[in-house]
Design a protein around this ligand. Structure first.
Ligand code: NAP
Length: 299
């Protein structure tokens, strides 16, 4: 599978597997190992986590499953996130959901992630959401210390607008490597608000979360979703693929080299995602999906 070079230190598979929903999949340790091995066999070696996934449980579930398999764990690239503080029975000190991108929280969160994931290094640590109370001196100092100690190789952000990305970048003496944002044929905002323009300008690849609209394309019954789905089915028939594969292919066709994060726990659906690498859309097919999602022709 194609690789995306984030830096001289880190490259990731063109398709990443996301484990946000891992705690809902009721997987045994052996099932998690099976999932990881299945992904590796397809060339997907990069896994997207966050400290908060599964009410602060997914990193630990994943790490515990790999506890007796350090060689397998070492083959993986791990992306994780920090900066959101959830209301949770595990965090009785939080009385309101809020953000914390301060020095102490970033360091503590990264160290917890390493402990839960049973690793010595995180490949990429992302700030999960832009923080209106961010002190970028502190965030940058935490990044630098984690990098100098070898605990985290590279850093990025998630859900940042271009001005927020540039602001944080200006406090760092190394490059942020990605912005992980919502991108799919059902959510076009980040194509139009400057986020993708910034990726192209600064030459880094965006990561796309909820590439299938969080599953809404399969379940939602709104006029807009049904219109998009009809067009997806028409083009999928032409290309001899399924609509989930077409949605991944539509993202990967974009010149910014979007990295879709596959969110399904079903092995056969992960295989189909990997096969989507080989689907080539014409420019007009790409625009048919764009126009269906916009609801109007391009001007
Ligand atoms: P998604 O692929 O858009 O949605 C996954 C959902 O679609 C699952 O419920 C899945 O169910 C369902 N699905 C997939 N293929 C299907 C099919 N062929 N037919 C019917 N249902 C299907 O991705 P996502 O899970 O929302 O997000 C992917 C990853 O992005 C997450 O794991 C996480 O790592 C990351 N993420 C990041 C942020 C952020 O703020 N940075 C936010 C959200 C997510 P099954 O499991 O049953 O297949």
């Amino acid at each position: 599978m194609e690789r995306i070079k984030f830096s001289n230190q880190v490259d990731v598979s063109r398709i990443v597997h996301g484990v946000w929903r891992l705690s809902e999949w009721n997987m045994s340790k052996q099932d998690v190992i099976g999932l990881v091995e299945h992904c590796l066999a397809l060339g997907i070696d990069t896994f997207d986590h966050a400290d908060i996934y599964g009410n602060y449980s997914c990193e630990e579930l994943f790490g515990n499953a790999l506890a007796d398999q350090p060689a397998l764990n070492n083959r993986l690239k791990i992306i994780t996130k920090c900066g959101i503080k959830l209301l949770s029975d595990k965090k009785p000190e939080h009385y309101i959901k809020h953000y914390d991108t301060g020095y102490d929280h970033i360091i503590a969160s990264a160290e917890n992630s390493l402990r839960y994931l049973k690793r010595d290094q995180i490949d990429v640590l992302l700030i999960h959401r832009p923080d209106p109370f961010m002190n970028p001196y502190e965030t940058a100092r935490a990044f630098s210390d984690l990098r100098d100690s070898g605990k985290v190789k590279e850093f990025g952000v998630s859900n940042f607008m271009p001005s927020q990305f540039s602001m944080l970048q200006s406090y760092l003496d190394f490059f942020l490597v990605t912005n992980q944002v919502e991108l799919s044929p059902v959510t076009l905002d980040n194509f139009e608000n400057g986020v993708i323009d910034q990726c192209l300008e600064q030459r880094f690849s965006p990561m796309a979360w909820s590439p299938l609209g969080g599953g809404s394309i399969f379940t939602a019954q709104t006029h807009r979703i049904l219109t998009i789905k009809n067009v997806l089915h028409k083009i999928a028939d032409q290309l001899n693929c399924s609509i989930d594969q077409l949605m991944y292919a539509w993202l990967m066709a974009h010149p910014s080299k979007i990295i879709p994060i596959v969110g399904t726990g079903k092995l056969e659906r992960i295989t189909k995602a990997a096969e989507a690498m080989n689907i080539q859309l014409s420019r007009q097919q790409w625009f048919e999906i764009w126009v269906a999602a916009q609801g109007v022709s391009v001007p």
